[in-house]
Design a binder for this molecule. Structure first.
Ligand code: ATP
Length: 315
């Protein structure tokens, strides 16, 4: 039996996607400090890759993060607090294997603190990579339960595609999404703290200031149109309750939204600051991108929905 728990190879690379929320309905804060969510996640074609290799004998868990110059890694700690290390340790402990340790090399393609759950993608990728590296054979249900312990967005990063999220967002139910949108992703140099946006949301709700809570019927309509592949109506059904507090904190984002509005339906990604413009086709997305290039605004073009965390390389 022990042989089955030996490393299967020397390196496993897993890719996990960024998420956006096509619909983000936020309920009033609960006594435990969390907000109940009713959301529709979609995984988009921006990825982080995590490569796990067994730690050298006597070494513990370690992590190193790299990215090209467009992604600011200043707030990503290469230590025990990195969500990827926490994921690896949690999985090993789940199997009673505190003796296991790996080195994690993260290649970031998802902007940090961009509202696209990059840290959650790294945690999901690490769960899959470490499971495979040490041949732990964790069941899908256990992986989802461990993911939920790590963070609200981690279970969705495992399953990808499109899904309805409830609870804190950690209870995920896949949606058969027959639309094939392209998104023009507009990152922002300065990140926005998720807790700060929720705090401003609470303040605005208390003052009943411009926050109109999402109508649950809206989410049902959105799911129905995704199932029907009715991409033409998608733009009219995008909704994010965090837009008002995020724009209140960051008027520069509201200004940019006014410009992006000329190119297509605009969506704030989660708690921001990343913004997205919806296109029905790659051709339409390219036209919007050309305009942003003229304005000197950095952007990426990505398809959706895409797969959740999956192995891309085993050595
Ligand atoms: P949230 O998931 O809270 O909405 P986000 O998507 O806006 O966050 P992330 O890229 O997940 O942003 O990062 C949020 C913070 O989490 C970072 O500023 C960083 O301090 C911390 N963090 C811990 N581990 C990681 C990781 N592997 N990658 C990115 N950030 C991490």
């Amino acid at each position: 039996m022990t042989a089955a728990l030996e490393p299967t190879g020397v390196a496993v690379t897993v890719r996990a996607p960024a998420k956006i929320n096509l619909h983000l309905g936020v309920g009033p804060v609960r006594p435990d400090g969390f907000h109940p969510l009713a959301t529709v996640y979609q995984a988009i074609g921006l990825y982080d890759d995590v490569t796990a290799t067994p730690a050298a004998p006597g070494d513990g868990w370690s992590v190193h993060t790299i990215a090209d110059a467009s992604i600011d890694l200043a707030t990503v700690a290469d230590d025990e607090t990195n969500l990827a290390v926490r994921a690896g340790r949690l999985l090993a402990a789940h199997h009673g294997r505190d003796d296991l340790a790996a080195h994690l090399e993260i290649h970031k393609g998802i902007p940090v603190a961009g509202g696209m759950a990059g840290g959650s993608a790294d945690a999901a990728a690490t769960l899959v990579a470490v499971d495979r590296l040490f041949d732990l054979r964790t069941s899908d249900d256990d992986l989802l339960a461990l993911a939920a312990q790590l963070g609200s967005d981690v279970p969705f990063a495992l399953i990808g595609g499109t899904a309805v999220g409830t609870g804190r967002g950690e209870v995920v139910e896949p949606v058969a999404d027959a639309t094939e949108p392209w998104w023009v992703v507009v990152p922002h140099e300065i990140g926005l703290s998720t807790p700060l946006v929720y705090r401003r949301f609470d303040e605005l709700v208390e003052r009943s200031d411009g926050i109109v809570p999402a109508d649950p019927g809206q989410l049902a309509d959105l799911v129905a149109l995704l199932r029907a592949g009715d991409g033409a109506r998608l733009g009219a059904h995008l909704h994010n309750d965090l837009t008002v507090p995020a724009y209140d904190l960051r008027p520069d984002l509201a200004e940019r939204a006014a410009l992006l509005d000329e190119l297509g339906p605009v969506l704030l990604s989660g708690s921001g600051p990343t913004q997205l413009v919806l296109s029905e086709s790659a051709e339409e997305a390219r036209a919007a991108a050309a305009r942003l290039t003229q304005e000197g605004i950095a952007h990426w073009l990505v398809p959706a929905p895409v797969a959740g965390a999956h192995v891309v390389d085993i050595l």
